[in-house]
Structures are given as C-alpha cells and as structure tokens.
Design a binder for this molecule. Structure first.
Ligand code: ADP
Length: 319
C-alpha cells in the first residue's frame, strides 16, 4: 500500500473567453467545483489504479471539509484528517481562457498547519506499507518528518518536489529514494542544490548522457524528470534502489490533450501505485504505466475527478 502525506484543496474552476481586466466583471462560460490539491489528486490517481492508499492531510472545520470527506468516501480513500479549527479548508480559483491558459489563486490554509505530531500519531499507517509519497504543499518540517518516517519503516520514499520551494535543501533530498520534478522544478532544484544554472526549456532536447550527469548532481538515488509532451527521463545512481546506474527515456503517449492540469499528479499517483504493487514488474514498467495514466488524464478537464481508472488505461493501451 501507499501512504500519501499531502494537501487537499477545493478547486473552483471558471471557464472564460478571456481573462477579465482589472475592475471588469465578466460572465463566465462555465463553472465547476471539485477536489484538488497535489496530495489528494495523487492519492486519488493511486487509488484509481487499484492501489491501497492511506491519505494524511488537513482540513478546516467548515462546509468544504464536509465536501472533502464525501469525495474521499466516494473514492474509497482511507483518510486521516487533522481538523484545524479557526482555519479554512484550502481553496483555489482556477480561471481557464479559450486557449487553455490558466491563472490560479490558492489559499493553502489548513495544509500549512498539518503537524509533525499528527503524523507521529498515525505512524501505524506506515507499517506494512511499501511507498511513501509526498509533495511540497505542506510545511517543509512536515514533509521532512513524513520522509523520515517512511525511511525508518523501510518504505520507498517518493517526493514530487512541487511546487518547488526555495528552502528545499540537500538534507531533505537525502531522505528520498526517488524524486519526480518537472523541467522547471528540476532546473530550480539543480540551482538550489549544486549552484548550476540550466535553461529548463532546453532540458527535453539535451543528450541523455548530459541529462543523466545533471541528475546525478542532486545526489538522489533515482530521478524521474517529467517532460510534458516529451514524456520523461529516468536516471538511477550507482547506489539506487532500482535499476542501479542506468538511464533512459520514455516517450509520451499520443493523446488528444485538452487540459494538462493534474498530469504530473496522475503520473505520481500511478507511479506510486505501480511501485507499491507486490506483483508489479520492473521500475521501467512502473514508469511506462505512469506515463500512460498521465497522458489519459490530459483528455479530461479537472484535477482529482479527471484521474483515469485502471480499466480506462487497459481499454486504451491493453493490459
Ligand atoms: P506537470 O503537470 O507537473 O507540469 P508535466 O507537464 O511534465 O508535469 O507532465 C507530467 C506527465 O504527463 C508527462 O511526463 C507525460 O507522461 C504526461 N503528459 C503531459 N503532457 C502530455 C501530452 N501533451 N501528451 C501526452 N502525455 C503528456
């Protein structure tokens, strides 16, 4: 099973022909709400791929918290919620224009108050689990504690370093078996950890050897860089838990992408599910699967609710 420690955000998605100007009130072309937050999205993606999931997160004491519980129940997600009285449940406004460009405001609220003590109180969830999955929408101390607990219990520690955080340090990365930055996050991490500046938009076209060498500077056993429509790049160090010393690319699946919001979340949830499956194949098989799930997620609008199921993946790509 997988333990996901992460954020819950109630998304409000507005469709518009164009973004309103300052002081302008425009009529939206459409509106919907749904569960989001990188942590919760990844937990739902993992669950929909057949993974057993425990999600540990924080909510306010309000109506949005009730909605969160209802969503989680529908998905069969086993959740441990820290309830923060006097703080709202996190919410976001996501405005999408006719070109699919978006502008987002998020109030992380309760997510920033998820406490190390709360994780400690639920440490029983870590025993017998195989993968610990975290992101950076909680406080760094909490993320650090989650990774340390995962490591202490022998889980594969997987950090999706998103949104990238200026205070991330080598000590935090040292707790990770595997990290999954996108191009921008990779470039910022590299600069933060090794001082090296690279142009993130040129990463997808770099030679594999060079990309592998850059990955190795982060000193994390395994690095998977997600490259959007170019798929992903995998780099394992000599001491990695998986496929030690190797590196390779997996090209993206061809799909009719209409909304890439949540593609990274689909990728991470599916990767965790595959790595946690006792009957799973190789690490490469797990990445191929994650790449398929992420591609399918771009064919639907929305975050958690757009996550494909295992049967949808089998229908499209075969079992
Ligand atoms: P993020 O959403 O975190 O920015 P990426 O844009 O790198 O992450 O996308 C994550 C993964 O989603 C990619 O590695 C790929 O597997 C898949 N993906 C993203 N965009 C597309 C696309 N246009 N076609 C197919 N797969 C895609």
């Amino acid at each position: 099973s997988t333990v996901v420690v992460g954020s819950y955000v109630h998304d409000h998605v507005w469709l518009t022909d164009r973004f309103p100007e300052t002081g302008e009130t425009r009529r939206a072309l459409g509106f919907s709400t749904g569960p989001g937050g990188k942590g919760f999205n990844q937990a739902v993606a993992c669950r929909r791929q057949g993974g057993e999931v425990v999600f540990i997160g924080a909510l306010g004491d309000d109506a949005l918290a009730q909605a969160a519980r209802a969503f989680a129940e529908q998905e069969g997600l086993d959740c441990r919620w820290q309830i923060c009285t006097g703080t709202p449940t996190a919410a976001a406004s996501i405005v999408v224009d006719a070109d699919g460009a978006n502008r987002i405001l998020v109030n992380l609220a309760a997510n920033e108050l998820l406490e190390v003590d709360f994780l400690q109180a639920h440490v029983a969830s870590f025993s017998g689990a195989r993968v610990l999955l975290a992101q950076l929408e909680n406080s760094l101390d909490t993320v650090r504690a989650a990774l340390a607990l995962g490591r202490r219990h022998g889980l594969v520690t997987l950090l999706n370093p998103a949104p990238v955080h200026a205070d991330i340090d080598a000590g935090l990365l040292a707790l990770c078996d595997l990290i999954t930055p996108n191009e921008l996050e990779f470039a910022l991490l590299l600069e933060r950890i090794s001082g090296e500046k690279v142009d993130h938009s040129g990463l997808a076209t770099q030679a594999d050897e060079q990309l592998h060498a850059l990955c190795r500077r982060l000193d994390v056993g395994s690095v998977v860089i997600t490259l959007g429509a170019a798929g992903c790049f995998v780099s394992h160090g000599a001491g990695a838990r998986f496929e030690a010393g190797s590196h390779y690319r997996i090209p993206a699946e061809r799909v009719r992408a209409i909304d890439t919001v949540g593609a990274g979340d689909a990728f991470n949830g599916a990767l965790a599910a595959a790595l946690a499956d006792p009957e799973a194949g190789t690490f490469r098989d797990a990445v191929v699967h994650a790449n398929r799930v992420a591609a399918l997620s771009t064919e639907k609008i929305g975050a958690s609710l757009a996550m494909p199921t295992l049967s949808e993946v089998h229908d499209r790509f075969g079992a």
